[in-house]
Design a protein around this ligand. Structure first.
Ligand code: 13P
Length: 249
């Protein structure tokens, strides 16, 4: 068996509705048929519990954020225990939209990731450079700095996953080239192995940013691409199922 199973995770962002959960039926069918691929969907908080019912175990349902604390006076926030009670199996932390809109720092992302892992969740920590950083040639250094600050030092439970999502590729249609992705995923793997030893070889690294049916296979063929974090193309089964199928090879 390959060292790392592919994971295809959809991030619905602030999209979706109870009616939209009908999309999960064909995705669940595709996930069962694909075999050998892990499939996940992260809808808004309010849809997690009904999505779990709809997914019927074939799709892991997760959240797009969590709080670092177990409970307390944090109006509007949601704790890991609450996510688990709703049936979530995973959580995304440090998405670039939260780093930008909610001003989340590496230290906050790390505290959230630690809380999520402590709770036994699969935890996708997102990193990625801006267009200006790439143009300046500082993209690898920037992402390495983000990894250094955002990843937990040690964890016993859960599973740590890294998502490389260049900010300039998110929602723009400007997918990174296989060469760009290869360079960055190699650098991320080097960081992970340097820091966590052989455990770093088992951490899945996802690519995210304008992944679609027509570019997925090419991206999945790149070394150290262990799956995808998909935004817009995860909102409908018609767009998402071909990506799941591409991951199955
Ligand atoms: P798009 O696939 O819409 O570019 O979004 C990527 C993303 O941000 C997933 O978390």
């Amino acid at each position: 068996m390959h060292l790392r199973r592919k994971l295809v995770a959809g991030n619905w962002k602030m999209n979706g509705s109870l009616a939209a959960l009908a999309e999960l039926g064909p995705v669940a069918d595709a996930a069962r048929a694909a075999g050998g691929v892990d499939v996940a969907i992260c809808p808004p908080f309010t849809l997690i519990a009904p999505a779990v019912t709809r997914a019927g175990g074939a799709i892991a349902i997760g959240a797009q954020d969590c709080h670092a604390h177990e409970s307390g006076a944090h109006t509007g926030c949601v704790a890991v225990g609450m996510l688990k009670e709703a049936g979530a199996k995973l959580v995304i932390t440090g998405h670039s939209e939260r780093r930008a809109d909610q001003h989340e720092t590496d230290a906050e992302v790390r505290a959230k990731a630690e809380a999520a892992l402590r709770g036994g969740l699969l935890t996708i920590v997102c990193v990625g450079e801006t267009d200006a950083e790439r143009r300046a040639g500082s993209h690898v250094g920037r992402v390495t700095t983000m990894l250094a600050g955002s990843l937990p030092e040690d964890w016993e439970e859960g599973e740590l996953v890294v998502a490389y999502e260049p900010v300039w590729a998110i929602g723009t249609g400007n997918v990174a080239t296989p060469a760009d992705v290869a360079e960055m995923h190699k650098a991320i793997r080097t960081h992970l192995v340097g820091r966590f030893g052989d455990r770093g070889n088992r951490i899945r690294i996802l690519y995210g940013g304008s992944v679609k049916a027509d570019n997925a296979a090419e991206l999945f063929a790149v070394a150290d691409v262990d799956g995808a974090l998909v935004g817009g193309a995860s909102l409908t089964a018609a767009a998402f199922v071909p990506i799941v199928e591409a991951a199955a090879g």
